[in-house]
Design a protein. Structure first.
Length: 182
C-alpha cells in the first residue's frame, strides 16, 4: 500500500516537474477571464487631504463673499445679506469638516480648525447683530476678531499642505477712507 502511494506521488509530482524543467511542457497561457489586481487604494490621509481641499474651496467662496460685502455693498441690507451668506458658507464648511473621518495624526489640528471655524462664525454673527443695532465699535471688533481667526485657520491649512489651500488668502479689512455704513 505504501509503495502505491509513493508511486502516485512520483507520477503526480516529479514527472510534470521534470518535464517542465526539461522544457518539454509548454508555458502556461495567460487567462483572458482573469483581471489584474490594481492596488491603487486611497489612503485615509490622502482622502482626508482631498476633502480638506474642498473645504478650502468653500473658504475661498466665503472670502470672496466678504470682500463683496466691503467693496460692493451700497445699502445696509446688502451688507447684511452678504454677511449672512458668509455665515452660511462657514456653516457648510464646518458641516463638511465634521463629517470627515480625521486620521489619528491630524486629530489635534482638526480640533483647532473646528474651534477656529466656530470662532469665525460666532464673530460674523456678532458683526451682523452689531450692524443691525448700529454699534460701530462692536462691529469693527467682531470683524477684526473674524479676520484674526480666519488668518489662523488659513495658516494652519497651508502648514498642513492641503491641496488647494496654498492660494487661500486671509480676509483683509479695507484700509482707507470710505463712506460709513455703520
Amino acid at each position: 500500500m505504501l509503495a502505491r502511494i509513493a508511486a502516485g506521488v512520483v507520477v503526480v509530482g516529479l514527472v510534470p516537474g521534470a518535464l517542465w524543467v526539461a522544457g518539454l511542457l509548454p508555458p502556461p497561457e495567460a487567462r483572458s477571464d482573469v483581471v489584474a489586481y490594481d492596488s491603487r487604494t486611497t489612503s485615509e490621509e490622502a482622502l482626508w487631504r482631498e476633502h480638506m481641499g474642498a473645504i478650502c474651496g468653500w473658504e475661498q467662496k466665503q472670502g470672496r463673499a466678504l470682500e463683496r460685502a466691503f467693496r460692493r455693498a451700497s445699502t445696509p441690507a446688502d451688507v447684511e445679506l452678504l454677511f449672512r451668506e458668509g455665515v452660511r458658507l462657514g456653516d457648510e464648511s464646518l458641516g463638511m469638516f465634521n463629517r470627515l473621518d480625521t486620521p489619528l495624526e491630524y486629530r489635534r489640528e482638526a480640533r483647532t480648525l473646528k474651534r477656529l471655524f466656530r470662532e469665525e462664525r460666532r464673530n460674523l454673527v456678532r458683526a451682523i447683530e452689531a450692524f443691525k443695532h448700529a454699534r460701530r465699535a462692536a462691529f469693527l471688533r467682531a470683524i477684526r476678531e473674524f479676520a484674526a481667526a480666519d488668518a489662523k485657520s488659513t495658516q494652519l491649512l497651508v502648514q498642513l499642505g492641503v491641496n488647494g489651500c496654498g492660494n487661500v488668502k486671509p480676509v483683509t479689512l479695507p484700509q482707507g477712507q470710505r463712506e460709513r455704513i455703520v
